[in-house]
Design a protein around this ligand. Sequence first.
Ligand code: COA
Length: 258
Amino acid sequence: MTDHVRISVEDRVMRIAFNRPDKKNAITNAMYQAMGEALVRAEQDPGIRAVLFEGEGDAFTAGNDLADFAAVASGQLARSDMKAHTFLEALARAEKPYVAAVQGLAVGIGVTMLMHCDLVYVADDARLTTPFVNLALVPEAASSWLIPARIGHARAFAMFALGEPVDGRTAAAIGLANAAVPAGEVRAKALNSAKALATRPLGAVQATKRLMRDAAAISALMKRENEIFGQRLGSAEAAEAFRAFAERRAPDFSKISD
Ligand code: COA
């Protein structure tokens, strides 16, 4: 159990809130496990008809906890003990509708998970980044396909390889989100939409979601990405990237090439 994810149910909507605001809601192993288990419960519970992801504080989430990545890179944490896959598998298998409310920063998985949400509301001034290559990593959560499919290769590559940010208004304009609204309204807007979804006929909602996404292809790609992600985590480049973050300096990749 962790206090860093708050899970509640309101009007048949399961609310999953990142609750680690002092660390910009960076997601730890324990948080992935709690969220993965909650999503399995949501699928099984006939009383839950929609899931809402949101974040406490000024950020949605700064993505995977980099200390956990560093622990894997240095061998202190076994890759097989990482629980991100529990969460990713639940996203891939999802049949109930997911909604997200994004304020402030969304980094890495904070963006890629949005590709598995059916309605996404962002704050006008939200900042979405997927700086995988800056960390010597590769995209995950099937985002290497899902993001270019939404916004085209050119913009997606700039996000992945240059870490180019996308603001909330642009995210809505290019199809990464349904709408951009003032930051103070984003959670209420998303909650209202989730509650509206919960009043729709669940069988039809689920059948529509199943028709609109190829769950088997998503799972297969996640598996492929995961293999390469694991190799990258063990690379000298990634070790330098994580050291640089901990030491609050820019990484120097000039003398490393693997
Ligand atoms: N993992 C672990 N800790 C993180 C974190 C992460 N992904 N993101 C932020 N934090 C921590 C910081 O270390 C800091 O902790 P401290 O107060 O104990 O020093 C705290 O959260 C606040 O972050 P800070 O960097 O001071 O805030 P900021 O507003 O200047 O910058 C970010 C915010 C998100 C831009 C910056 O923290 C960042 O780049 N984080 C890494 C994001 C990332 O690469 N995620 C992985 C993607 S795959």
